[in-house]
Write a protein of this length. Structure first.
Length: 221
């Protein structure tokens, strides 16, 4: 039996393309004839964002991108339409723009307890669809509990910043890889794929990695 294909995904929980890319990648995995293991790595798109941003996501995008509010709204409408095409509902009128470092710390906590994939999905849905706040420790601990994690233990880890070093290590690795935007997928340490590519692109990379893995001789022990 072939070893699972290892996929490391750098992304941010308030990145609209990361959620879209996640769905497209999952569609590829569903077609792939083999096992895939996924680890989510931290990438903060805007570490200088306050926990409670004063304004709407359109205001934030206008300020950050240096575009007019009308142009920012067009960007939001476009990405919302693409999200809908892969079965996602984005409600930008509900979104709380925030700092995501605690959410990334929580994802490392979830990884340590075998629930990272579940929490990643929960955080994305909470942010883009439900309008939940994902920048505050109390709210994050509640979301952790919703996927079966110990809420009190999650809150303690966030209060003590137990996993902050892991977040920083992921960011440092992103710099080492030359990652400047997310999502970014590293497949079996062989291929890097940037952006929310089509499912066929992910599938081809998985198949190629599997073929190369099978053709690599295993050293005798």
């Amino acid at each position: 039996m072939s070893a699972p294909i290892d996929v490391q995904i750098w992304s941010d929980v308030q990145c609209p393309w990361c959620y879209i890319g996640k769905r497209k990648f999952e569609a590829a995995v569903a077609q792939f004839e083999g096992d895939v293991t996924v680890t989510y790595r931290s990438f903060e798109l805007a570490p200088d964002t306050p926990v409670d941003f004063e304004g709407s996501p359109v205001d934030y995008l206008s300020q950050r991108k240096g575009v007019t509010p009308e142009q920012a709204q067009q960007m939001v409408d476009r990405v919302s339409g693409i999200a809908e095409s892969v079965g996602l509902e984005y409600h930008y009128d509900r979104i709380h723009q925030t700092n995501t470092v605690l959410a990334h710390e929580l994802l490392h906590f979830a990884k340590a307890h075998g629930k990272q994939v579940e929490l990643k999905e929960r955080l994305l849905r909470a942010y883009f669809t439900e309008g939940r706040h994902i920048g505050r420790a109390d709210d994050l601990a509640q979301l952790a509990a919703e996927v079966g994690l110990d809420g009190a233990a999650a809150a303690a880890a966030l209060a003590e910043h137990t996993y902050l070093a892991d977040v920083k290590a992921d960011m440092a690795q992103a710099v080492a890889y030359g990652i400047q935007g997310v999502p970014f997928f590293v497949i079996d340490d062989r291929y890097g794929i940037s952006g929310a590519q089509e499912s066929a692109t992910f599938l081809a990379a998985l198949q190629q990695a599997a073929a190369e893995s099978e053709s690599t001789p295993v050293a005798a022990s």
